[in-house]
Design a protein around this ligand. Structure first.
Ligand SMILES: Nc1ncnc2c1ncn2[C@@H]1O[C@H](COP(=O)(O)OP(=O)(O)O)[C@@H](O)[C@H]1O
Ligand SMILES: [Mg+2]
Length: 414
């Protein structure tokens, strides 16, 4: 699992709304491409996989327009790849890109492919994530700003403190890492980000999702309100004039614009099960599930984990944070038992601390502003480091060595 988290640090931009047609010679390649299509980063692409390799592609485009990407598998010289590419070149629309999946490691052949304008040559067996990365790279301009990473925070049930964690996490990443961050409050009717950051901006997320046709980078700029250095808020109006039974892709455009604008986006996802919350969770780069140490949270966290792992086969599993641990007199499921029942490790446990959290909420402040040394503040810093893949920026030798030591420890463990 650690490895998956590492590869996700090399962020793959979601593939845009394009058409892809693949012509395979082996069932393995066809199956691999079908598997790649299930990945969240391929959600918007239209993919068609067929057999027949290069000759089938030549035949297919004799009278039909070419898609954005053609993938051709070739097992070797007997499939006459170069002849096929030459014939294709005559009919290819401008802008169509070709990826070749080959079975021979031959520099000469590779060069000849490149000379014919092939964008990428991948050696079989190709794993789905490599193919997705290659396709994604074709549509990312060289030198373009890397896309922002989205971190979705959701509660296994209502009121477990997921918004509190989302807000503190965003604040910690913005401050501790100096990373420009947006905290987006997706709980349009009841969200508390405005209260917790002591902000009452006139506009926010409602303008972005209720009038999607108007949304562009400029409007988004105006909808964001500045909370602190590096931290902007996309706040919820928290009024009931509209219901939030939104369409499944309601947030797609907003998330795309945010990704293009800032390196880190924290999505405070309300605890509800709708087409759009499900889609947002599945599409996020990282997911944090917040649970209370009790049975309903455990059951729901387990169900969420199962569903998300099924729908994110090429991603690390969501992180689980236990919050509000140690409520006096309340029977609890211990952290170890909780993890065992989930069959997944817990990323962190945050103690129940009503005085601290109550004060923070009343003042509209973050936990670390009130008590930087609190256990919760440490957990947020640690979580921020894990989620961004970087330790907090601090001076001092020990901290400079930390990432290397951690890497060595990881290597030893694996
Ligand atoms: N560890 C904690 N100890 C005590 N109170 C907490 C803790 N975490 C969150 N709270 C409080 O719990 C309440 C619900 O938190 P919130 O983040 O709004 O939950 P959710 O978004 O999951 O519905 C808030 O009043 C918050 O201040
Ligand atoms: Mg909430």
């Amino acid at each position: 699992m650690a490895d998956l988290h590492e590869t996700s640090e090399r962020l793959i931009a979601p593939v845009p709304r394009i058409t892809i047609q693949a012509f395979c010679e082996t069932q393995d390649a066809a199956g691999m491409i079908e598997a790649a299509c299930l990945d969240r980063r391929m959600q918007k692409a239209h993919v068609k996989v067929q057999m027949g390799g290069g000759p089938a592609a030549v035949e297919a485009y004799r009278h039909a327009p070419t898609p954005n990407v053609i993938i051709i598998e070739t097992q070797g010289a007997k499939s006459r790849p170069l002849e096929c590419l030459d014939s294709l070149a005559e009919v290819c629309d401008e802008g169509t890109k070709v990826i070749v999946i080959g079975h021979v490691n031959d520099v000469q052949l590779y060069r000849q492919f490149l000379q014919r304008g092939v964008s990428e040559y991948l050696m079989a067996p190709v794993d789905p994530i490599t193919l997705i990365q290659s396709i994604s790279d074709l549509f990312t301009a060289p030198g373009a700003k890397p896309v922002g990473r989205t971190i979705a925070v959701v509660g296994a049930k209502g009121g477990v403190g997921s918004s509190t964690i989302a807000h503190n996490l965003a604040w910690t990443i913005a401050r501790g890492h100096g990373t420009a961050t947006v905290i987006a409050d997706l709980d349009i009717a009841f969200g508390t980000a405005g209260l917790n950051f002591n902000q009452d901006p006139p506009q926010g997320i409602a303008e972005a999702v209720f009038a999607p046709e108007r949304l562009d980078g400029n409007l988004l700029d105006r909808l964001l309100s500045k909370c602190s250095d590096n931290l902007s808020l996309l706040s919820a109006p928290a009024i009931l004039d509209r219901t939030t039974d939104l369409s499944e892709p309601a947030f797609d455009n907003l998330v795309d614009l945010l990704r293009a604008a800032v390196p880190c986006i924290i999505l405070d996802v309300p605890h509800q099960w709708s087409a759009w919350t499900r889609r947002l969770l599945i599409a996020a780069d990282e997911i944090v599930i917040v649970a209370a140490p009790e049975l309903a949270s455990l059951r729901n966290a387990k169900n969420l984990l199962t569903l998300l792992q099924q729908n994110r086969p090429n991603d690390a599993r969501p992180r689980i944070v236990l919050n509000g641990v140690g409520v006096p007199k309340r029977p609890e499921i211990g952290a170890a038992d909780f993890a065992k029942a989930l069959d997944a490790p817990l990323t962190a446990s945050i103690p129940f601390d009503p005085a601290l959290f109550g004060t923070a909420a009343n003042n509209g402040q973050m936990i670390a502003e009130i008590q930087p040394g609190a256990k919760a503040s440490e957990v947020y810093a640690d979580l921020a480091a894990k989620l961004t893949g970087r330790p907090e920026v601090k001076r001092g030798r020990a901290n400079l060595l930390e990432p290397f030591l951690a890497k060595i420890a990881r290597r030893k463990a694996s």
